[in-house]
Design a protein around this ligand. Sequence first.
Ligand code: ADP
Length: 560
Amino acid sequence: MSKKWRLTERTRTLLTLELAIVLPAAALMAFSIYNLKHIQRDKSIEAAIQRDFGHVLKIAETKSWREANDLLTPVRKEFPSPDDGSQIKTKLETLLRQHPEYAYAVLYDKNKNLLLSRTQPGRDRDPAFCALAGNAIRVIQGWLPLEAPGMAASVRRMAEKDEPPVGFYGWWNLQASPHVYNSLAYFVPRDVAKDRVALAVVAFDEEYLRKTFLPAMMQEVLTSKSSVLMTDANPPVMMIHPSKDSAPWVASANWDGGKAEAERTFEYVFPELTLAIKYQGTTVADIGAKFLRFHYTVLAALCLMMVGGIWLTYRNVSREMNLARLKSDFVANVSHELRTPLALIRLYAETLELGRLTAKEKYQEYFRIIREESERLTALINNILDFSRIEAGRKEYEFKETNLADLVRSTLDSYRFQIEQNGFAFEENISNDVPPVSVDREAIARSLLNLVNNALKYSKDQKYIGVSLYRANSRVNLEVQDHGIGIAANEQEKIFEKFYRCGDPLVHNIKGSGLGLSLVRHIARAHGGDVLVESTPEKGSKFTIALPLDPALRTAEAAA
Ligand code: ADP
């Protein structure tokens, strides 16, 4: 009944403890897994990166527009007016010479029916350049008189809105190989009245755009400290391709090919160009998968640590609870053990005091009982004192060269009578070739008494006790053998733990504190030896204290 109660109490405490740790931890894990699943399903990582890419592309376009306008600001000032008459051509030439980033310039004035153009004088000797520029100018001269009123009006609207009054236009010659990009900027020349249709057109030099302007712009955007992408381990890379053809036309220095993750077709400046961005050496899908893999691995590791923690707590708590139970048993056992001999001593002493005994043998018997019981008391108290010293780490041994055969014999002498009185067959086998060993005499005597006492206590009908002392190679063995109740195999290691008493109901009817064997083991180990048990339930047990002959071994192990 009481055991059952204890079990439920123990289970309850363990359960509460485990739940207190497991529940919050498991909830946290579940929440994290739910979150990760969410991220996986919604492709949140990928979406966030795409958003960042989109943002960077927008910055790149704005930057290109701003820089193109900066380039155009001096040109707008220096561009000849349609009223400059015969100087127009020379002025155009000077302008182009000072700004080699332009391929050609065209001036149109509707009123004066003026349509003048000039190619970059610096490139006059480059026939390929001249051919391309010539073609483009012819094309422009074809449509400019038709388009100029609309273009001039849109530029004027920009000026009204306080925006830079420049329009951009661009087209691809995809038949040419490599493809040729034509990019124009147009504005109304200075000092031209509002209602007059006049337009200045400059063409960006293709080579300048391709080799200088756009690569510099990409480099600046990609390495900008404020870029949202710069924190990543994989550097972002960019390229520009014709909107109608996906092959790269200009690429950033570290562009490594592959499919772009995000694209943006220029709207305000450089029409027909598409800007593309991706990560070098990896894809957004890969980054997403890596993120999830990493977090799942961390979660799995945390799970393992949690299980390990739970297991450790469980083990420690149950060990502590076992110990607490053993301690409370110990107090009950010890009180009982103290009370019984004291009661007997008092009873017999009172009887003797009355002086009514006539037979001399009775006197002898009563004195013997009083002596034996006080011996038991002394042994028990010694055990408890030794134990408390050991627990406090204050137990000290006094090693002295000792003739073990003499020590064993004299220890047994005071017990022999009691053993035989209890109906035990007692066999002593003490070899005389055991060399002197350095031991603590009292401790060894106490170990032997503990073993003999146990043999007495835990024997039923087969009453036999055998004590042997002999040399075995570099050791001396002190054996105590009985034909008693024996010890189950699974308890043979535990009996040396403090407070441990076997589960056999027989044992619980026999007085004991569970300290004896733990002391024997401590003493044997302090001498550099150990205590071993061989036992078969119902057949008997043999305890052997094995001590080394070499004292060097003793000091090493005792210190440990
Ligand atoms: P105690 O005898 O005071 O209970 P011990 O530490 O001496 O404590 O022994 C621990 C347990 O080992 C005993 O409770 C008993 O169950 C078992 N035991 C010890 N010696 C023997 C033996 N000779 N035969 C059978 N069981 C034994």
